[in-house]
Design a binder for this molecule. Structure first.
Ligand SMILES: *Cc1c(COP(=O)(O)O)cnc(C)c1O
Length: 377
């Protein structure tokens, strides 16, 4: 069996160890210390927003974003249907109700038209949604300008889920700075990883201060334990923050590598009838976290994305379906959904290709030759 090619494995820079050593030297094996301070400062500099809170996960960051915006039981929150469950589960943690909105076929992210339709309909039913979660899947920026206009028109705040989009830009602004409050993930499969972790970002300093308080068990400023709020244990570890610092040093390189993966796959597979790529639009710069394709069996002589996935699997190459839409998930079957079939179609015919920043040419050639062989029958 040939060596396994993974979809998106961790890619260490070698600089992580010195920061881990620093945590050990200072004996800050805790959710506090100089790596945490440094990581937040450095991430803030990269994003151009100084108010950054490092947390245990992107999911925890979304949960705190909802709490910060005052989302309570029974409230409705608009979210994309085409996303990862972690993006919407925290809505349910709050006892709130997710309202799903389908994708537009250009960005694969939240459709501005369906978003407005959903808002108008919910208001008509007597309940104005309290927040909009927008995601940039696979690193591809969502259509933030029209979405922002709609959000402002109806005065609904935006939670930006940039878990997959660190290094992407929309109209010259970095993803992770486009929401009223934004989140990033440093999970093991993301463009850079701290082994597990996340961050909450906002231009609103008070919000981040409040979230910091809630993330560390909501300890009021008393000489004894005194609580006026329900707290959480969501703070990132100082050891983990050290890994994050070592990764942040190489973010530019990682974006470059992932984009080169996309360019290579496009150059080799773009010419095949029935294969299309999710591609960036003018002024929507993608980190191409994952290269994703659609396979139309009507134009490939019957070869499907699933056929390609099996062929890759037989060669010890990991590829994956696109996200299965939330409105098709048993767990969300009762949630209202404003859908037009776009995300369902993406799920049915889409595929994520191996996209790690550590992929070497020989590995990418193995992926391509397997796909070409399958297409040529
Ligand atoms: C990874 C991911 C999350 C969750 O982040 P974790 O750090 O794994 O909790 C949320 N939303 C999207 C779109 C993701 O890809």
């Amino acid at each position: 069996m040939q060596e396994k090619i993974w979809l998106s494995p961790p890619h260490m820079s070698g600089e992580e160890q010195k920061y881990i050593q620093l945590a050990f030297d200072e004996n800050y094996i805790a959710p506090a210390g100089s790596n945490l301070i440094g990581f937040e400062k450095e991430l803030g500099e990269y994003l151009g927003i100084p108010h950054v809170l490092a947390l245990t996960s992107g999911t925890a960051a979304i949960h705190l974003a909802l709490i910060t915006l005052g989302i309570k039981a029974g409230d409705e929150v608009l979210a994309p249907s085409f996303t990862f469950a972690a993006c919407v589960n925290p809505i349910v943690y709050q006892g709130a109700i997710p309202i799903f909105v389908d994708s537009d076929s250009e960005s694969w992210n939240m459709s501005p038209e369906l978003l407005e339709k959903a808002i108008v309909d919910r208001i008509g039913k007597g309940k104005k949604p309290k927040a909009i979660i927008v995601v940039h899947l696979y690193g591809m920026p969502a259509k933030m300008k029209p979405i922002r206009e709609i959000a402002d028109k109806y005065e609904i705040p935006i939670i930006e889920d940039a878990a997959e989009a660190l290094g992407s830009e929309y109209q010259d602004q970095r993803c992770g700075t486009l929401g009223d409050i934004s989140i990033i993930s440093f999970n093991g499969n993301k463009i850079i990883t701290s082994s597990g972790g996340g961050a909450l970002i906002s231009r609103n300093r008070e919000w981040i201060q409040k979230a910091r308080f809630l993330a560390t068990q909501a300890k009021d400023d008393f000489p004894y334990y005194h609580h006026t709020h329900i707290g959480y244990n969501y703070r990132m570890s100082n050891v983990v923050a050290g890994i994050g610092r070592g990764q942040l040093e190489v973010i530019e390189n990682r974006v470059k590598k992932r984009r080169a993966n996309f360019d290579f796959y496009l150059s080799q597979l773009g010419k095949f009838e029935g294969i299309s790529f999710l591609r960036q639009r003018p002024r929507a710069y993608s980190n191409y976290w994952l290269t994703t394709i659609l396979v139309d069996p009507e134009k490939t002589n019957g070869v499907s994305g699933e056929d390609i996935r099996w062929a890759l699997d037989a060669e010890n190459i990991e590829s994956r379906h696109l996200w299965k839409p939330m409105h098709m998930q048993p767990v969300f079957e009762k949630s209202p959904a404003y859908v037009d079939g776009t995300s369902e179609k993406l799920f049915n015919i889409g595929l994520c290709l191996p996209s790690g920043s550590s992929l070497i040419d020989e590995q990418k050639e193995r992926v391509v030759s397997t796909i070409v062989k399958t297409l040529n029958g």
